[in-house]
Design a binder for this molecule. Sequence first.
Ligand code: DGJ
Length: 742
Amino acid sequence: MPVIFHEQTKQFHLFNSEVSYIIRIMENGQMENLYYGKALRDREDFSHFHEELMRSQMSVCVPEPGLLSMHYVRQEYPVYGTGDYKTPALCIRQEDGSRIINFVYKGYEIRKGKPSLAPLPATYTENEEEADTLEITLHDEKLDTDLVLSYTIYRDYPVITRNTRFLQKGPQTIVLEKAMSACVEFLDMDFEMVQLSGAWARERYVKNRPLEMGIQSVYGLDGTCSGAEHNPFMALKRPQAGEDNGEVYGFSFVYSGNFLIQTEVSTFDMTRVMVGIHPESFSWTLSEGESFQTPETVMVYSDQGMNKMSQVYHRLYRKRLMRGVWRDQARPVLLNNWEATYFDFNEEKILNIARKAKEAGVELFVLDDGWFGVRNDDYRGLGDWYANLEKLPEGISGLSRKIEDMGLKFGLWVELEMVNKDSDLYRQHPDWLLAAPGRFESHARHQHVLDFSRKEVVDHIYEMIAKIIRESSISYIKWDMNRYMTEPYSLPADPSRQGETMHRYMLGVYDLYTRLTTEFPEILFESCASGGARFDPGMLYFAPQTWTSDDTDANERTKIQYGTSYVYPIVSMGSHVSAVPNHQVFRKTPIGTRANIAYFGTFGYELDLNLLSDQEMEEVKRQVAFMKKYRHLIQIDGDFYRLLSPFEGNETAWQVVSQDKKESIAMLYQKMNKVNGSWMRLKLKGLKEDALYQVSLEGTPLKDYRAYGDELMYAGIPVDRTELNRRGGDFASLLYVLKEIQ
Ligand code: DGJ
């Protein structure tokens, strides 16, 4: 039983074989965290973990003996007005203008399994034995408000999830101005903060910084998405911790809108972590009988470094966040026409590209932007979700059937949350924009955001797109979103409730996803936002893969995919081979390298294969066959290991290993070639020490190369520089396939 309440000491212990989380009910009724870390054996009393000392300038907030000040206590959910001067997790504006609150313990419930947070995305269980949930209810007597702190501990993962829920029972109307999902406090500040930050076309670069006294954070404030700038993730790692050793605490937020992940270090070296919806521009009004649910935070504890943390997130998100028929299936090899044609296509051109893709063994053809309304450029058309008959005389239904007749599946691009002013939709509903009256209506890529906080808007868009899907033969949808929110104001909403708009918008997006995935459960959804600006766990709940970045250059992709792998499973990363010179950085990389990097994702092509030479086409056929053979290992069965970081040196390397450790694939990539270079060895991970493996270099099998797991891991594979030269030198890569020999 992973959650135990010790009645006498009033302590809760959440634990499994890897992690412990211990909370106690304090004398003043508030909740204190006593411990979070490696699993401890259970006992009745952990009160020796409580720290208390009389300090000057202490505000006494507990009646006699009166030593205790909340400023020095590791709190589970700190609020303002308790003698704690750090940033609170909660702020409630009351009818009398006060923000002083006092939530005290009222009761608890331990239940099997994990309750759904629908309509919000969240991790789940498939049977009640997989997890236990502890709900602690706190109560503010003056307001008659309940606050429920919810914790789930998984049996088989070092994972604790948290969220909070508010129920206003009293007659007064209160306003939540800040309502974080989780707060965790540590006694010390001996951590580095690891974040995934970047910008368009260079999303999720790994950044490390030591914690300092004061506040440090990552956040998203662009409203419509988690953003290219900062991913809703942070890890605190011990300075000595590396990829495979040391303590790491991961915090991942299951949400796709504005977020804040903040560390606050006090002058007593204590670290407070908070995760939740960003309080900037947020408020939520609760009248009698109303409730508010915060999104989920997923906390992973690892005592074996960053790689273990990542593997836990990968397994959990692949098995207990993603859903639907595609969750456990390897993904089709696709070809997307965006970089092949941009807006300039007609049916004949598309069929030509698709025919060649079929010849290469591709399974799914995806028609990207430009197929609808008057969409011949990015100035117009968004919102008019019906086919442009000048380009596609038989519409999407006709084209999709022709593609299917070739033996390919058909996929379609949409951008449902947006509208151009040059569109029928805007002309019919100019008041559907998310815009503030009397203010400039800012645009980005010439488009505006539809007010998805309004049900009638979501209903209308749903009907338009569902009609196309019903009439056609569609197996895949790429759901794009290409601009941030700048004037989040909802016209019909009450002025006092405008602070709810951004969250209500996200609920509208989740609602549309829910309706479409319910009506069309067989469709594979891929989320996208100007590349990878909405790569977050909230999206993965609805769409099990995300377009990782608009940057398709292989060299750039090593960094983007490496950083993304900190949290997100390989199978969730959209990754394609594109043309050279690359359209983003104009670099030429070998076609073998482009595939070697794209294999570690969903895999596909983003070019017109008709433009390749016969030799390149033969190479593409070989690549497609390789991916079909190994995709189950790479995407579904394998554990992912990072070997060499593109942020640290000239080489990048990574590897997947099957669950039974009998098969593995490793990739080594070098940026610049070296003349007369020194010896290089690639040390693998995750193999069976005493198993004998056959090692083949993809494309050129090494004759009789056999080695034991311990040799491959501790001595490494000697890297053949001649082979790197043969493969182009600069930007060359090697792919090793390992199989255990019986
Ligand atoms: C941004 C996406 O990231 C691209 O892949 C492509 O779909 C364009 N939008 C189309 O406008």
